[in-house]
Design a protein around this ligand. Structure first.
Ligand code: AHG
Ligand code: MN
Ligand code: MN
Length: 330
């Protein structure tokens, strides 16, 4: 059986070569992160660093190491103009925007940091935006990044689990590659990921039940009521606490992932970040036939005001998101 590697996939004529080059650089960085993750306690990667990121979260050594790996490897991609990350307060310019325009890369270098110490799946999330038309011939600014998720030309994640997998969209469907650790090649293992329309599974941190908004409570209560309730079927619940792992399950076998606004901090839209968590995952979910919702509209259409802006997140099987939309409209 012949296999398709990521390099062969990216050489398709429909993918702009400079974009292919950048995606290849991100994937190369993730191979390196995967190697570090696998070393774990045998390497120098475990534990907290003693610093906080711009969101006031304690940085793990692996958060910063992963960030540094992506910064170093992606800067080599010629089409890249600048980067932004969960772990950096402001943007990291790379080069002036050339006459052909350039790309902006955003990432959550290590998603699910709380799972590092317990050896549970973690990941990397990334998003690629075009530089604005008026940026040619100058260095980009933070304002150039503030584009709606709908503008993304590529989004993806890598899950570091029992297998290391890269799930990718360039705006025409979603495919999955599995890292072959023997040769360090990404092998195409699913050319067309499709989220089943119907599901019996949902994911939400139930410890926050008392803080939820009424439409979210209604949705979850109806799932929990099972076969005797209005849904007429039993549901199952899963929560890994790594968005990458939870969304990967949803894209693979259906379901809903929610980290919605709640009353703990009423002025904060949610816990997760729009530009490097919600938006790339929303594009992947939509491209796999699902939908996403932020309590008001499609996540991908949400106005962007800041690099580290938070979002209310609901995404997954289309019918379930339609139901959540209805409950929010009621
Ligand atoms: P990060 O490690 O990049 O800060 O992201 C953690 C996020 C996300 O991956 C996960 O879904 C969520 O935090 C888990 O939050 P709780 O601990 O509140 O369940
Ligand atoms: Mn994260
Ligand atoms: Mn992170």
């Amino acid at each position: 059986m012949s296999t398709t590697t990521l390099a062969a996939y990216l050489s398709q004529s429909t993918i702009p070569p400079r974009l292919a080059d950048l995606v290849g650089a991100v994937a190369k960085g993730c191979v390196e992160i995967s190697a570090q993750v696998r070393r774990g306690g045998a390497g120098q990667i475990m534990g907290a660093l003693g610093s906080e990121n711009v969101q006031g979260e304690v940085q793990q050594k692996l958060d910063v190491l992963s960030n540094d790996i992506l910064l170093a490897l992606c800067a080599e991609a010629e089409g890249l103009s600048a980067m932004a990350s969960e772990e950096m307060e402001t943007i990291h310019p790379v080069r002036e925007v050339g006459p052909q325009g350039g790309y902006l890369l955003l990432f959550d270098p290590l998603d699910g940091s709380s799972n590092i110490a317990v050896n549970v799946s973690i990941g990397t999330i990334f998003s690629i935006l075009p530089t604005p038309a008026d940026s040619v011939g100058r260095a980009v600014t933070e304002a150039d990044f503030l584009q709606p998720g709908r503008n993304q030309v590529c989004a993806g994640y890598v899950v570091y689990g029992p297998q290391t997998q890269l799930v990718l969209t360039l705006g025409e469907g979603v495919c999955a590659f599995t890292l072959d650790p023997e040769c360090e090649d990404w092998v195409l293992t699913n050319p067309a990921m499709a989220i089943p329309a119907e599901t019996k599974e949902f994911a939400i941190n139930a410890a926050n039940t008392r803080h939820w908004a009424a439409p979210v409570s209604r949705y979850v209560e109806e799932c929990l009521a099972g076969v005797e309730g209005p849904r007429g079927k039993d549901f199952n619940m899963r929560w890994v606490a790594s968005m990458v792992a939870d969304v990967h399950r949803v894209i693979t076998r259906g379901g809903v992932f929610m980290y919605p606004w709640d009353k703990r901090e009423p002025n904060r839209p949610g816990k997760l970040r729009l530009m490097y968590e919600a938006n790339p995952m929303a594009l992947l979910v939509e491209q796999a036939g699902g939908a996403s919702f932020d309590g008001t509209g499609d996540t991908l259409d949400a106005p962007v005001t800041g690099l580290h802006q938070r979002a209310s997140v609901m995404m997954g099987s289309k019918a379930e998101i339609a139901r959540l939309r209805d409950y929010h409209a009621a």
